[in-house]
Design a protein around this ligand. Sequence first.
Ligand SMILES: *[C@@H]1O[C@H](CO)[C@@H](O)[C@H](O)[C@H]1NC(C)=O
Ligand SMILES: *[C@@H]1O[C@H](CO)[C@@H](O)[C@H](O)[C@H]1NC(C)=O
Ligand SMILES: *[C@@H]1O[C@H](CO)[C@@H](O)[C@H](O)[C@H]1NC(C)=O
Ligand SMILES: *[C@@H]1O[C@H](CO)[C@@H](O)[C@H](O)[C@H]1NC(C)=O
Ligand SMILES: *[C@@H]1O[C@H](CO)[C@@H](O)[C@H](O)[C@H]1NC(C)=O
Ligand SMILES: *[C@@H]1O[C@H](CO)[C@@H](O)[C@H](O)[C@H]1NC(C)=O
Ligand SMILES: *[C@@H]1O[C@H](CO)[C@@H](O)[C@H](O)[C@H]1NC(C)=O
Length: 506
Amino acid sequence: MKRITKGAIALILCSVLLLLFQDERLFVARDDNATTMTTSKRKTNSDDTSLAKAMEAVVRLLLPEERVEPYLQELPKEFRFFVYDSLPSNWTWQYFSTCIEQRYNVPDWFHHVQNAPPNPRNRTSNCDWGASICSQTQSSSSSYSSRRFNRNGDVVLSKLFTEYRGSSRTFDAQDADVFLVPYPSTAHCACVSDKAKCWAVKEVDIQQHVLANLPFLTDDNLEKHVFLSSVQRDFNHPFMMRMPLLLSLEMTHDVCPIGENCGHILQPYVNTNADYQPNHMNLTPGLKDRRYAVTAFMSGNIGERSFRLRYDFLNALSKMQANNTTMGGLPVYVGHLNNRMMDNETAILEKYRESIFCPCLRGNTPAQKRFFDVLMSGCIPVVIEYASSKEEGYPSFFKKHETSIRLSYPFAKGMFLGEPDMGIDYHDLVVTVNSTCGMDCMLARLEELIINHPEEISAKQQRISELAQLFSYGQEDNALQYPDAVAAMLVQIRHYVSKLTSHSRQ
Ligand SMILES: *[C@@H]1O[C@H](CO)[C@@H](O)[C@H](O)[C@H]1NC(C)=O
Ligand SMILES: *[C@@H]1O[C@H](CO)[C@@H](O)[C@H](O)[C@H]1NC(C)=O
Ligand SMILES: *[C@@H]1O[C@H](CO)[C@@H](O)[C@H](O)[C@H]1NC(C)=O
Ligand SMILES: *[C@@H]1O[C@H](CO)[C@@H](O)[C@H](O)[C@H]1NC(C)=O
Ligand SMILES: *[C@@H]1O[C@H](CO)[C@@H](O)[C@H](O)[C@H]1NC(C)=O
Ligand SMILES: *[C@@H]1O[C@H](CO)[C@@H](O)[C@H](O)[C@H]1NC(C)=O
Ligand SMILES: *[C@@H]1O[C@H](CO)[C@@H](O)[C@H](O)[C@H]1NC(C)=O
């Protein structure tokens, strides 16, 4: 496995270097606009150490108390990253996010014959593609608004890192532990193809315009270059999937075998809603302000046709709602989704915040945006648990013999090489229903918990209230200063890189 990875890296670098020799100018081939835009701001605010503190807070959340101090002490000095500002202007987050908005946030998105109308009310979504904090309250037939939820992560991250000026950023490449490449590859795919199909993006173009514009990339440090993507695994650009250090929504099994240092790092789905900023989430454990026992917003006809779990579940819950049947004395709520899309995200999130349980039943891929939305709303996800997955010792919340918990959700236990107890144990946050029983057991199990084991519910709510901030992305004024998803990804990146160093010293 190691050898294959190393070989692949060597191959990629060879082709890059070949390109460089063909055209020496590529080293300095930068867009004038990009250069003038950024050079004036080449200064860190070295007083701002809040990101370093936030990363320490993340470590405290992810490790058992007795391991925290030893872990922090073993870390190499201060962690600093370098953010490239040398990409041509039409390879930046600004360019791609504007492209997507102009092409798809329009009434007739399918033919995308018009540019975005000047009156925001005539767009399909009131939100941009991730540049700002925005509560989506408006969406219509455009898939812009639903894709926006699932695929804007690399734009969000590119912007955060590009704009960051705190002390964890260095402008001296010699001083850098890692190098961030703010090329939002998924946004690029979404800009050129309405289905975000990456075949429309040529590998040679990424090499010539992205890799060739990274002046500090050498054949020794590709493993320390952080690349960005934000889409389910099959939709990722194959080139990005070969990068050893990649932030993405999902990964394939073979890149991250148990016991190996893995640089494919999972990100939570982004929620740009103003109430889901890390410092705004005010989760109080307890049943008192939860009006509903169960809330469900999901489409019944997703995944394989033969798989009726969601359909059966929605049927049962809808009947309860229609008959005013309560669960442990509380009503249930079945919400409407318009062809898999949230018409009004803000209204749906309000319902999650009023509910005790929010089932997250299998969709097309292991992780779902819903899973993070409900956790950040303090609602307990209910999942079907399959004892066997593709990885021995790790169950799956997705399918029998399929993706394990470890490879489904970010910052999971088992992803930090050499620290087996580091990471989130997702069993602490969810209610599982044994797959051998499935739907038949689910509603009965939830009722049983409400009536007979409220303390189990409180314990989960408590743990969720501690960890939920790790799924939120601080943006704008909240960027890179709270123990949020971005700080947690940096902790995982730092962990991965520290294992690389100790490896090569041997
Ligand atoms: C620089 O930006 C200006 C204004 O946005 C644009 O007209 C011009 O084409 C850009 N130049 C390049 C080389 O992209
Ligand atoms: C950016 O502009 C260059 C030069 O015009 C072009 O070759 C390249 O394909 C463009 N990139 C994108 C992503 O459109
Ligand atoms: C744009 O919005 C305005 C106000 O909501 C409306 O009167 C107008 O008909 C809309 N135009 C189009 C082309 O949809
Ligand atoms: C109400 O409950 C009964 C008995 O469980 C069921 O047969 C009926 O379909 C329910 N009514 C509705 C409108 O779902
Ligand atoms: C359920 O409750 C609502 C509101 O109280 C009432 O209007 C409706 O008739 C009830 N439905 C049934 C089937 O009892
Ligand atoms: C969306 O939901 C929010 C919260 O319930 C509400 O204030 C807003 O008016 C709704 N927007 C639309 C367009 O229905
Ligand atoms: C589910 O139940 C079966 C049969 O009782 C049992 O063998 C299995 O270990 C259980 N699975 C989990 C994940 O607890």
